[in-house]
Design a protein around this ligand. Sequence first.
Ligand code: HGY
Ligand code: MN
Ligand code: MN
Ligand code: MN
Length: 411
Amino acid sequence: IDQIKGDIAYKCVANTKRLWRDIHYTAQWGAIPNSTGMARLTLSDDDKKVRDYFVGEARSIGCSVKIDQMGNTFAILPGYNNSIPPIGMGSHLDTQPAGGRYDGILGVLSALEVLRTIKSSGVKTYAPVAAINWTNEEGARFTPGCSGSAVWATHMPISKFHSLTDSSTNFTMREALDRIGYLGSIPASHEVNRLSAHVELHIEQRRVLQDTGRKIGIVTAIQGIRWYQISIVGKRAHAGSTPMAQRADALVAAASIILFVNKKAREIGAVATVGVLTLDRPSSNTVPGVATFSLDLRHQSETLLEDFESSIRIQLDRLRAEAVKLEAARLELRMERIWHSPAVRLDDSVISCIRKATSHVVGDDLTMDMISLAGHDSALTAIRVPTAMIFVPSKDGISHAPEEFTSEEEW
Ligand code: HGY
Ligand code: MN
Ligand code: MN
Ligand code: MN
C-alpha cells in the first residue's frame, strides 16, 4: 500500500468508465428480461460466459490464470518477486435467482480493473496481484454457498460440495464444473494456490453509508451465518374426511416453527429467514404429509447463535411431544445444520492498508468502519489469510433484488 500510496495511487486512477462498461456488458449473461435483475446461477451457461470474459480480459493484459478443483479462478499479474503468493482481490460472479448487477460482480470486475490500471500505468508491484472469482458464493443453485472459498480455506472438504446435486438438472457440482470447463486440476487448498492476503470490494447491501453520506465502508468484521434444513414428516390425509384432532399436518407444524423462530429472532436481536419451503406433492385437498424448509440464522455472536439453535431444537421436541397426544401420533422432525460461516474479525494489518488508501483517495471524513451483516467469501478467506473488505454504498440498502444499484461515481 505504501507503494500504492506512493506512486500507483497517483498513476492508478481506475478507469471507472471501463468498469461501468464491464458491469453492463457482462450483465447480458443472465439478465432478467425487461429489468435490471440478474439470474446468473453458478456454473450455468451464463456463468461460463462471464467467466470466459473475465479470463479473456485477464489474459489480454498478461495475467496467468489458474483454475482449481472448485472452479475458483485466479488471474495473476506478475510482480517483481513472484515467489511471494499473490495479494488477492476476490469476490463472486454468480448471482441470486432474482438478484442485482453489483453483488459480488462489482468486486470481481473492479479487481480486474485494478490489474488493467496497474498494467497500463507501467508500474510493477513488488508481489504478484490476483483478481479472483470464487465459485458459488450465493448458494442458490447448489446449497450451501461460499463453496469455492470454503474449500480453499480448508473450512470444508471438497467432497461436501462436489457431490451436491442441482435438483433441476440433476448435475452434481463436479459435473457442472466439468460441463462448463472449469473443473481445474489444482486442489483448492493446495499451497500452490496460496495467497498473501485477500481484499474484497463489495456493495454494502445496507443503507448506512447512504444515510450517513459516507462513500467508503472499512469492514472490520462479518457476522456469523448458520444454514439449516428442517424436514417434517406428518401424515398425508384427506382434507374432507380427516378430523382436525387426528391430523399430523406437516405444514402446520412447519408454520409453528417458522413463527417461533421469527419471534425468537426479534427477542434476541438476531436475524432469521426461511427462504425456501417445499411440500411433497402438494394438493389443495390433501393434508400435507412432508414439509421441508431452509433456515438462515445470523448474528455477530457465535454463542448466541448456538443458544438460538438449541432453543429451536427444544421447540422441535415440544412439537414431537404434542404430536404423541394427537390421535395421529406421528410427527418426525429433523433439523440438520448444512452451513456455518463463522463470525470473524477481519485483519488489522489489511484494514490499516485499506484505511491508508481510502483516506488518501476519498479522505477520512468520507469513510467509516462497519460490520458486514451479509456473508462473503472473505469470511472464509479470513480463516486462512489476512483479509479485509471495502464497502461502497447500495442505493436504499437494496440487495438480492433487481433494484440493487450502486452509481459509477461511488466506485
Ligand atoms: O447471503 C449473503 O449474505 C450473501 O449475500 N450471499
Ligand atoms: Mn455477495
Ligand atoms: Mn449475495
Ligand atoms: Mn377423491
